[in-house]
Design a protein around this ligand. Structure first.
Ligand code: FEO
Length: 396
């Protein structure tokens, strides 16, 4: 069933209320998601993007209820990742000669996925395609999110089809930001940026600046996931510019795992020390093996500093901490401070190991970490409290 975006532009995608992980099992989607595709009906008709492969047949069947497929003059493929291009094979079986407008990189990645020699029309920045009254202008945005990504602007309606940029994994039947829960929308937008786009932050900033330099007017941002930004669409552009710029709030996140609660008690004592020094700082604690990985990474993105705590186990941290440290390395957070702590019985290398990995991931460490032999006694509780005070002071 189509949903009206504006006169002449319809949403024809799929809202996926069931999905609970995306990118395989890598990204938790507590609120579902959507694969947004659009039909633009002018003197010519263009289809912008499709849906994820499991919904390909449903997508094509629904599209046939809305339009004679032979009337689709152009297909715009803004990004070859299968969550957007996955219905192309089913669709192109029925309209094999329809031209597909995409970036030069997508003319390689699409055949890489589907091994089909479709009628590709590679486009460059500023290239246009007239639909009759209104015109499409293409703006490649490599690395937002893949090298083949681009945005497409529709004149007259002033709609920016932004693909992954400005999206969120948020299933919602009413499409538009003014009809969505604002807290959920913000939480899913920042989670999406933190977990998917953070490594490309400097590039994204340049791509946004490049687009703003085109002076193309934008009255609506039609994303490929989640909510469309209809009310004050500039808000998400301004938000992205902030998130791109070594974003942080007055927050310290403590991430720990614990075998017999010793490390947990250290974490909670350090938290009290931080609050003793900085009563207004948001201090949040997460058990690395119990909390959702992507939610933790979102909190790290928000933080000015991070503390990692683990028992020493096989001369290093527990695997839950190691997995997160590997995520830190890939995500390339910027401008954040860090330290580590451990409870140990014999050798106590976990803090040193985690500090080295934090430095490798681009964090600035504030000290040599904090180590407790077995469980804390009264003196060590005082030292842990002071460690929290000193860490808060170092991050001020
Ligand atoms: Fe939603 Fe990069 O695909």
């Amino acid at each position: 069933m189509r949903k009206k975006v504006v006169d002449g532009v319809s949403w024809v995608g799929k809202i996926d209320w069931e999905i609970r992980t995306a990118h395989g099992k890598e990204y938790s989607t507590h609120k579902g998601t959507s694969y947004n595709a659009y039909l633009i009906e002018d003197e010519k008709t263009a289809l912008v993007d499709t849906v994820w492969e499991p919904y390909a047949d449903e997508f094509v069947a629904n599209l046939q209820l809305e339009i004679d497929l032979d009337k689709i003059d152009y297909i715009i493929c803004n990004h070859a990742e299968p969550d957007h291009s996955g219905a192309l094979p089913a669709l192109m079986k029925l309209i094999p000669d329809t031209p597909i407008y995409c970036t030069k990189q997508a003319t390689m990645s699409l055949p890489g996925h589907y091994h089909q020699d479709w009628n590709f029309r590679p486009v460059s920045a500023g290239d246009t395609l007239s639909l009759g009254k209104n015109t499409l202008t293409f703006q490649p945005i490599p690395m937002v999110h893949w090298p083949d990504s681009m945005m497409t602007h529709l004149s007259g309606k002033n709609i920016l089809f932004s693909n992954d940029a400005f999206g969120q994994h948020y299933a919602h039947e009413l499409l538009f930001n003014d009809l969505a829960d604002q807290c959920t929308l913000y939480e899913e937008a920042i989670k999406y940026f933190a977990n998917i786009l953070t490594p490309f932050s400097p590039i994204i900033k340049n791509r946004i600046v490049d687009f703003l330099a085109t002076a193309l007017p934008v009255e609506l941002i039609a994303t490929s996931h989640g909510i469309l930004w209809r009310k004050n669409p500039e808000q998400i552009i301004e938000q992205y510019l902030q998130w791109c710029d070594a974003y942080q709030e007055d927050q310290i996140t403590i991430i720990y795992d614990s075998m017999y609660n010793s490390t947990k008690v250290i974490a909670e004592t350090i938290a009290r020390g931080i609050l003793q020094h900085s009563p207004a700082t948001q201090v949040k604690l997460f058990h690395a093996a119990k909390a959702d990985k992507n939610d933790i990474l979102t909190e790290v993105f928000r933080s000015k500093a991070v503390l990692m705590g683990s028992p020493t186990f096989n001369k290093g941290p527990l695997s839950s901490l190691s997995a997160l440290l590997e995520e830190f390395r890939g995500l390339k957070f910027m401008g954040k401070k860090a330290s580590a702590f451990t409870s140990y019985g014999w050798s106590g290398e976990a803090a040193k190991e985690m500090l080295a990995q934090l430095v490798d991931a681009g964090f600035t460490t504030t000290d040599e970490g904090f180590r407790v032999h077995w469980r804390m006694d009264t003196d060590e509780r005082a030292k842990a409290l002071q460690f929290g005070v000193d860490f808060a002071s170092a991050t001020f």
